[in-house]
Design a protein around this ligand. Structure first.
Ligand code: SF4
Ligand code: SF4
Length: 192
């Protein structure tokens, strides 16, 4: 994943990156609009109440909390938002507690769309997508799992090879038709 710069916004200072002066060139006045284009609501309606951070299950694990990310979005600090949203679990708890009906979860999803289009694709996304187009599932099949399944009297996960081939072909067709393979750089894995 490309190096992402961080800037002190608020929160626990020592857990965040060093202070940085924000210059005008760091601000993207079109950023809120771009977020809307990719499915997010208007971040300018955020009240900065912090409810989203309070209920977020991963807020203790990330440098920028949900509220901080939304604040960066309000400022147009696009380059500072391009790292932490990948850990969002899209659980939508923030949405349930947002008095502004902003739905931070969908802002996170919009930020992912934007990041991918800017060439920021975390390795785990590529790995999961590669597994999907190769095996029809995001996790690589594990022979140990099949062994346990057989011991339990179940068929191995991919017992029906013909069906698996058809499923993989369908997935590859969709991935290729939508240009998702090109977008995240897994074209060589698609064998149509
Ligand atoms: S809960 Fe909503 S209004 Fe409050 S800080 Fe989060 S996004 Fe903003
Ligand atoms: S949807 Fe994402 S940002 Fe919102 S509470 Fe869940 S993990 Fe946190």
């Amino acid at each position: 994943m490309a190096e992402v710069e961080k800037v002190f916004i608020s929160g626990l200072h020592e857990e965040l990156a060093e202070d940085r002066v924000i210059n005008e060139k760091d601000l993207d006045p079109e950023f809120a609009k771009e977020i809307r284009k990719y499915g997010g609501k208007n971040v300018m309606t955020c009240l900065q109440c912090g409810n989203c951070t309070g209920v977020c299950p991963i807020s203790l694990k990330i440098d920028y909390k949900t509220r901080n990310i939304i604040k960066c979005c309000q400022f147009g600090l696009k380059k500072y938002t391009l790292g932490t949203r990948w850990v969002c679990a899209t659980c939508y708890r923030c949405y349930e507690h947002c008095p502004a009906d902003l739905n931070p979860a969908e802002v996170m999803i919009a930020l992912r769309h934007i990041a991918v289009r800017e060439g920021i694709v975390p390795p785990f996304v590529k790995i999961a997508a590669t597994n999907l187009v190769k095996y029809g599932q995001s996790v690589k099949p594990d022979p140990e799992i099949d062994k346990i399944r057989v011991e339990l009297g179940l068929k191995p996960v991919h017992a029906d090879q013909e069906r698996l081939t058809a499923v993989v072909r369908e997935i590859q067709t969709l991935v290729h038709a939508t240009k998702y393979d090109k977008l995240i750089g897994i074209q060589e894995e698609v064998k149509l």
